[in-house]
Design a protein around this ligand. Structure first.
Ligand code: ATP
Length: 235
């Protein structure tokens, strides 16, 4: 089953064409990575899929729902974690997860279930009851990943999910993401970290100057470019 279909997507900012006619698909149960240098168009692509910015031309479908025409439905089945996401700093981690859960359900039982799931994913132990203000960058990121995943999105869209994290936190975040696709979800993420992508992604698309240069499994791309390491594919 196709979780995400991006077809002939073009996005212009004024006269500047940031995305130049790209097409790719993400399958259910797959982690798909968008990889590329700064300014390649990764965030722009993720934001169009998340219905946050308008498409210039082409179309995007999430589980068959057109992002342009059925945006409100799409928003119910996706979650989007921006790279620079923040949370209300004078709430506790738990209060923040509850606050977010209220946007998704009014029912008390499901609200508790969703929040508990978030607490479990965040894995912050007793610090979940401390003010977000006191969190380290890694704790904050785990809380935000928990927020994105606790709603059980059918497609999670994560912009640089582990950027700026130390080895241990980055590993935990990767584990959370990997586990989330086990039960039939799909993940689209962007990253600069090629080694991370090789470890996590089933397939990747290399994007450069708004164009997709290659799509394939990390193994296929390494073979094609006779690159010993995935990082060498780019050089
Ligand atoms: P990074 O890895 O640095 O986050 P990226 O691959 O996510 O980069 P985008 O943020 O999508 O790249 O930017 C793609 C291009 O579009 C860049 O040249 C950027 O300057 C331009 N751009 C992005 N947002 C806007 C905007 N709101 N108005 C004008 N140009 C923009």
């Amino acid at each position: 089953m196709i979780a995400l279909e991006v077809s002939n997507l073009v996005k212009k900012y004024g006269d500047f064409e940031a995305i130049k006619n790209i097409s790719f698909e993400v399958r259910q149960g797959e982690i798909f990575g968008l990889i590329g240098p700064n300014g390649a168009g990764k965030t722009t692509t993720l934001r169009t899929i998340s219905t946050l910015i308008q498409i210039t031309s082409g179309y995007i479908k999430v589980y068959g729902y057109d992002v342009k025409k059925e945006g409100s439905h799409v928003r119910k089945i996706i979650s989007y974690l921006p790279e620079d996401a923040g949370a209300y700093r004078n709430l506790t981690g738990k209060e923040y997860l509850e606050f977010v859960a209220k946007f998704f359900t009014k029912d008390k039982n499901s609200l508790k279930k969703m929040t508990d799931k978030g607490i479990e994913i965040a894995n912050l132990n007793e610090r979940i009851n401390a003010k977000i203000d006191t969190y380290s960058k890694g704790m904050m990121r785990k809380l935000l990943i928990a927020r994105a995943m606790m709603t059980e999105p059918k497609l999670a869209i994560l912009d640089e999910p582990s950027s700026g994290l130390d080895v241990i936190n980055a590993r935990e975040v990767r584990k959370i993401i990997k586990e989330s696709v086990n039960n039939g979800k799909a993940v689209l993420l962007s990253s600069h970290n090629m080694l991370e992508v090789e470890y996590m992604c089933d397939r990747i698309a290399l994007i450069n100057s708004g164009k997709i240069v290659e799509v394939g499994t990390p193994k296929e791309l390494k073979e094609k470019y006779q690159a010993p390491n995935i990082e060498d594919v780019f050089i």
